[in-house]
Ligand binder design. Structure first.
Ligand SMILES: [Zn+2]
Length: 181
């Protein structure tokens, strides 16, 4: 399996002894292509480019859905992917908050929530992230992570909290708007 790019569309290519090309957009919006051995990569890229508008509309529809699968292997797969994704985005920020403010979360929890994107308990040092963030753009996930990290310093949504958030993530309002969209 290799990862290729057709314009701004990233996709994985798996080759097998099949006769035709198969294209799938998964629930996490990733694009997967299966193609016969004899078809050149540039041909595959050309075909994917030709389907770009269909792929984009499919991805947009999935983004709007934001429906987690019921418990089972598919949900577990999403949880694993979410953990990895959130961890990757959070790591540099955790490091930064430790260096800059001498605070760091003691524990991260990811779970499916209906009313909030994240929460932070200053007393226990636990940050909880909503699994549904998985379907949101990285910029929004990053906003929630930084927001919760700020709560390690200021537990409420007071003036000082927003001053800190503003300093750390000057475009947080745009990201919050994107999250609500
Ligand atoms: Zn908050």
């Amino acid at each position: 399996m290799v990862t290729l790019q057709a314009g701004d569309i990233l996709f994985t290519l798996t080759r097998s002894a099949r006769k035709s090309v198969g294209l799938t957009v998964k629930k996490d919006r990733t694009v997967h292509v299966r193609a016969p051995f004899w078809l050149s990569s540039s041909e595959v890229i050309r075909m994917v480019s030709g389907k770009a508008s269909w792929i984009r509309s499919r991805q947009q529809a999935l983004e709007k859905e934001q429906v987690l699968p019921p418990s089972g292997p598919e949900l577990n797969r999403i949880k694993k992917q979410a953990e990895l994704k959130f961890h990757t985005i959070a790591s540099p920020w955790v490091e930064h908050f430790r260096e800059q403010y001498n605070v760091s979360p003691k524990r991260w929890t990811i779970r499916n929530m209906n009313t909030r994107w994240g929460s932070c308990s200053k007393s226990t040092g636990r940050i909880t992230l909503n699994l549904k963030l998985f379907y949101k753009p990285d910029a929004c996930i990053e906003y929630i992570i930084v927001h919760e990290l700020c709560h390690l310093i200021h537990p409420d949504h007071g003036k000082n909290f927003y001053a800190l958030l503003q300093r750390e993530l000057p475009d947080w309002k745009v990201r919050r708007k994107q999250l609500k969209a």
